[in-house]
Design a protein around this ligand. Sequence first.
Ligand code: ME8
Length: 518
Amino acid sequence: MSKSFYITTPIYYVNAEPHIGSAYTSVACDVMARFKRMDGYQVMFLSGTDEYGQKVEQAAAKNGMDPQAFTDKLSQKFRDVLAFMNVSNDDFIRTTEDRHKTACQALWKRLEESGNIYLGKYAGWYAMRDEAYYGVDELRDGPNGKKIAPSGAECEWVEEPSYFFKLSDWGDKLLKFYDENPDFIMPQSRRNEVISFVKSGMHDLSISRTALRWGVPVPDAPGHVMYVWLDALTNYLTALGFPDQNAEKFKTFWPADVHMVGKDIVRFHAVYWPAFLMAAGLQPPKRVYAHGWWTNEGQKISKSLGNVIDPYALVNTYGLDQTRYFLMREVPFGNDGDFSHDAMIRRTNSELANDLGNLAQRSLSMINKNCNATVPSNARMADTDHALLRDADNALQTARDLFERQAFSKALDAIWEVIGNANRYVDEQAPWGLKKTDPERMQAVLYTLAECLRRLALIIWPFMPDSMDKLLDQLNVPASNKTLAAVTAANCQLVPGTALPVPTGIFPRYAPAETAAQ
Ligand code: ME8
């Protein structure tokens, strides 16, 4: 059996149009999934939409639509944006699907049969925006006597009959679990936050609602629908065929390797979810990675401020791979980050067009002109050449280690260090000068550059697959050799004499019309 890897995005609420926030999480998962596939893993990568709950019900009503028709429309937009961002998810789940209802009700039954559910009455605060219950000690007073959650969401007082999950029984078991699995919550800052929340004491959790109809019905309890987070979290099991634990996908992929989430929803994933799973006799996921939050030119992104960043506009302005690269490079993964057009232009022009684009363009053009448009001879390779190629090989190992910790921007730093070395190597070796004085040596230098580009293109591929395909095609690398093992495999190296196509630029400089004319 090959190695397996299961990664998930959060399932996105369909109360509003997709924006850069969901695209960010999805691209990060995509980069991870592509890296693992290229490294020989059998990968399951899941995304989808979270369609039940009060927030979505209200958004549908506001739009004058029936909730199912509304969610059909919005869910499609999330599916479209994934395809547009070149996200390679293997499945897309909608919580209104039948398979999901089956999974949720089966999980409920297990929780009930194991004695973890009881009927009571909820009287407390609820924030619809977060679809979350809050203790009074977590809230502050807002204007007009409103109670405000730490997230900034307004809370309302709710009193209704409700089923409860005995979360209070799970505090110590959760703490033990975190202790035994130090990498379960990453990064460390989030882990500390979760541990102190659990240490502060767990209250039982209301897991059904009677105030709304738009939800998964609780089995044998007319009038109750499941609390949307219990239903939503279950999606990670649904997609593997749960409740059939003998389903091939379930056996291969559970427990999940990484649930990627934003820091806003770490509590649901790192506290409630493992508690539900342990209570149902299922293994918790191996990791919850909570990344940081994007602001726009220093401001919180929100619909009411009108500063939502539209992924379509970004890609149409700067290019798809440029946008994917920016999102993964600009911010150390896990930290908060600020989007600015200046930063976007700087990265597009200096790191993509100049550092990598020029390296490829000048190397391949020289090969095209001076080596008969074929892979040059490597007969006269010297120590410096081998050293550069070793740098590229080392970058692969570094990237592998960093990917184990989802440190995407650090992996790019390591790769760009090699690109810097390669650019310095071109200047030092000056192959244009060798053309007359030592043509064989020129061939070896150009071979080294082509081979270095091949190795780098493979390592960069998960971040920018279209552009790197273009580069690999210009090196005539067959599809079967587009693996990470091929980076260092002797029999995958470029073969002198192989015909190469005419090179074309990969990363255009960003030059808006008004500045291009200057
Ligand atoms: O919370 N910066 O869905 P949601 C970074 N349905 N990431 C952002 C972001 C920003 N400004 N805005 C959104 C839900 N995100 C639930 C999840 S999972 C079982 C249920 C990303 O539509 C980030 O990943 O509110 C965040 O966690 C997610 O979108 C929230 O999406």
